[in-house]
Write a protein that binds this ligand. Structure first.
Ligand SMILES: NC(=O)C1=CN([C@@H]2O[C@H](COP(=O)(O)OP(=O)(O)OC[C@H]3O[C@@H](n4cnc5c(N)ncnc54)[C@H](O)[C@@H]3O)[C@@H](O)[C@H]2O)[C@@H](O)CC1
Ligand SMILES: Nc1ncnc2c1ncn2[C@@H]1O[C@H](COP(=O)(O)OP(=O)(O)O)[C@@H](O)[C@H]1O
Ligand SMILES: [K+]
Length: 488
C-alpha cells in the first residue's frame, strides 16, 4: 500500500459530503472519541504498571483555539473527565471558543482558564498530557499570540504531547514551518493524512489517522488520486523489478552512464556502482574514466564516448563530467537519444544554459528525469522560490516537462502530470559528497528496467535512503559504503 496524503481542499470536500450524510456534530464527536482513545492508550502505556500509576487524577491540559480543532479538544476533554482525569482547558479567546465543546467540558466539571491566566505556565509544567487544539486545517503559520506563547510553554513540558489533526505551527498543505511549532509525541489526524504531516514529520511523532467514515479519495465522484504519495518498504519491494526466467542481459535493463572527466575520476565509479548494485541486465559506461570504472566494476562494458557505447534503454548523464565543451557535446548527444535520460550534477549546470534541449525532448514525448539539489535547482529553475519546496518542484516539473527529483532531508519527486512523491527514508548521513552520484545510478538502472519515471525516481530515493540508514547503523563512512547496503 502506498501512503497517501490529501490537500486541505480535498479533505474539506469529503467532510462536507460526509456531514450532509451524518448531520451536524457527528464527525466532531467521532474525532473527539478517537482522540480520547489515543490519549488513554498512550498515557496508560507511558505510566506502565508502576505503583501509583493509575489513570484517574492524572492531569490533562487542553490548548484550545477558536475553531473546530479546539472543539475536538474540548469534547475529548469532556470524555477524558469521564475516565476520571483532571482536565483544564486553556482558551486563547473565550468569546470564540467552540460553544458546544465548552458547554460539554463544563458539564463534565472540567476547569476552564484563559491564556493570560498566571497559572498557565505551572499547569503546563505539571501536566501529564498536553493536547494541542489550537489550529487545524485552517492553520496559516506563524501562530499568532497568545497561541504562539502557549506552544513555547508546551515545548518545555515533560508531558505526553498530543496534536489534534496536526501540530499547530506547521502548514497542513505545504509542511512549511514558521515561528513556534507544537512538538507532538502523537498526532491524531482526521479524514486523511495531510501533506504537511509527511513533509514535516519530525514535528508529528507517531501519526494515527482516523478516516471518521469520510471516505476521502474513495467517495463516488471524487478523484481517487492523492495529492502526495510516499512509499512503504512493502510498496517499494513490490515495485522493484526482478529478472524473470525468460530474461537475458538485454531484456533485464540496459543502463548507460555518461559521467566523469580527468578532474573527477570518482563520480563515475560511484554512479556506475549505484547502477550495478540494482542488478540490471547490463551497465555501459561512456567517458574519460573507462579504466577506473572497469577496474572497480569488471562487469561494466566501457567506452570512451557515448557514440561508441552502443544502445541502452536509459542514460544517466552528468556526474563529474565537468562543464566544458566536450561535456556539453556529450549531454547534447545523450539528450538526442530516444530513451529515458536522467540528468544530474554537472549535466544540470549545463542544462541551465540550454533549456531548449529539454523543450525538444518534451515536444518529442521523451522522458527526462532531473535530480537537482537546491543549488542546482536554482540554476535550472532560477525563478522558482524554494520556501515552499512542494510547490517549487511541482512547478518545475510542469514547466519543464521532466520528472524533477529535488534532493534534501525529505526528497521530493514531481511528474509533469502533477503526481508527487515524498521520500520518507534516509538520514543526514547521506549529506556527504558522492552520495548523490550513487543515487543517479540507482534511478538510471530502474528507468532502464522500464519503470515509469516518477516511480523509478521515488523508488530510487527510497532504496538510497534505506541504504544510508543501514550504512550509518553499521558505522560505515563514505558514499561508496552505500553500494553494499542497496538491496538488503
Ligand atoms: N475536516 C474534517 O474532516 C473534520 C474536522 N474537524 C476538526 O476541525 C478542524 C478545522 O476546524 P476550523 O475550520 O474551524 O479551523 P481551525 O480550528 O483549524 O482554525 C481555527 C481558527 O484558527 C485561526 N488561525 C489560523 N491561523 C492561525 C494562526 N497562525 N495563529 C492563530 N490562529 C490562527 C483561524 O482564524 C481560524 O478561525 C480540523 O483541523 C479538525 O480538527 C473535526 O472536528 C471533524 C472532522
Ligand atoms: N539533511 C539530510 N537528510 C537526509 N538526506 C540528505 C540530507 N541532505 C542531503 N541528503 C541526501 O544526500 C544526497 C546528496 O546528494 P548531492 O547533494 O547530489 O551530493 P553529491 O553531489 O556530493 O553526490 C541526496 O540524496 C540528498 O537527498
Ligand atoms: K492542532
Amino acid at each position: 500500500m502506498l501512503i497517501q496524503a490529501y490537500s486541505v481542499e480535498r479533505i474539506r470536500q469529503a467532510e462536507a459530503a460526509a456531514q450532509a450524510r451524518t448531520g451536524d456534530g457527528v464527525l466532531m464527536r467521532r474525532a473527539a472519541t478517537a482522540l480520547a482513545q489515543v490519549v488513554v492508550a498512550r498515557l496508560t502505556a507511558r505510566l506502565g504498571s508502576r505503583p501509583g500509576s493509575r489513570l484517574p487524577g492524572r492531569s490533562v491540559v487542553l490548548l484550545v483555539g477558536t475553531g473546530d480543532n479546539g472543539g475536538d479538544a474540548l469534547i475529548a476533554g469532556a470524555l477524558l473527565r469521564g475516565r476520571g482525569l483532571a482536565v483544564t482547558a486553556v482558551l486563547t479567546d473565550p468569546a470564540r471558543a467552540h460553544a458546544d465543546g465548552l458547554a460539554r467540558l463544563r458539564r463534565a466539571w472540567g476547569r476552564v482558564v484563559t491564556a493570560d491566566d498566571p497559572r498557565v505556565a505551572g499547569l503546563l509544567a505539571g501536566a501529564d498530557v498536553v493536547i494541542d487544539g489550537l489550529v487545524g486545517l485552517a492553520a496559516r503559520p506563524p501562530l499568532r499570540e497568545p497561541a504562539a506563547s502557549l506552544v513555547r510553554l508546551a515545548v518545555d513540558s515533560p508531558a505526553l504531547t498530543v496534536a489534534v489533526d496536526l501540530p499547530s505551527g506547521l502548514h497542513p498543505d505545504t509542511g512549511v514551518v514558521s515561528g513556534p511549532v507544537f512538538r507532538a509525541d502523537v498526532t491524531v489526524t482526521f479524514g486523511a493524512l495531510k501533506p504537511g504531516l509527511l513533509l514535516a514529520d519530525e514535528w508529528c511523532g507517531t501519526v494515527v489517522s482516523d478516516d471518521l467514515g469520510m471516505g476521502v479519495g474513495t467517495a463516488p465522484g471524487t478523484s481517487v488520486r492523492a495529492d502526495l504519495l510516499a512509499l512503504t518498504d512493502g510498496a517499494a519491494a513490490a515495485l522493484l523489478p526482478d529478472p524473470g526466467r525468460a530474461d537475458d542481459k538485454y531484456t533485464g535493463g540496459l543502463v548507460g552512464v555518461a559521467a566523469g572527466s580527468t578532474d573527477y575520476p570518482g563520480a563515475p565509479v560511484l554512479s556506475v556502482g549505484g547502477a550495478v548494485c540494482l542488478r540490471p541486465g547490463m551497465v555501459r559506461y561512456a567517458g574519460a574514466q573507462a579504466k577506473a570504472v572497469v577496474a572497480r566494476w569488471p562487469e561494466v562494458v566501457a567506452a570512451e564516448s557515448v557514440e561508441r557505447a552502443g544502445r541502452v534503454q536509459a542514460w544517466v548523464v552528468g556526474p563529474g563530467m565537468g562543464t566544458d565543451e566536450t561535456a556539453a557535446a556529450t549531454l547534447r548527444t545523450v539528450l538526442e537519444q530516444d530513451v529515458p535520460v536522467l540528468v544530474d550534477a554537472d549535466g544540470l549546470t549545463l542544462l541551465a544554459g540550454h533549456r531548449d534541449w529539454l523543450d525538444r525532448r518534451r515536444a518529442a514525448g521523451q522522458v527526462t528525469v532531473l535530480t537537482p539539489h537546491d543549488r542546482e535547482f536554482t540554476r535550472v529553475f532560477g525563478d522558482l522560490d524554494l520556501t515552499d519546496r512542494l510547490d517549487a518542484v511541482r512547478r518545475a516539473a510542469a514547466t519543464s516537462g521532466a520528472v524533477v527529483l529535488l534532493k534534501g532531508h525529505r526528497t521530493l519527486v514531481a511528474a509533469p502530470d502533477g503526481t508527487t512523491w515524498v521520500n520518507l527514508t534516509g538520514t543526514p548521513w547521506l549529506a556527504s559528497a558522492g552520495s548523490g552520484d550513487v543515487l543517479s545510478g540507482v534511478i538510471g538502472s530502474l528507468l532502464a528496467s522500464g519503470l515509469p519515471a516518477d516511480r523509478a525516481a521515488a523508488l530510487g530515493a527510497h532504496l538510497h535512503g534505506r541504504a544510508g540508514e543501514r550504512a550509518e547503523r553499521a558505522g560505515r563512512a563514505g558514499a561508496h559504503a552505500l553500494w553494499e547496503f542497496l538491496r538488503g
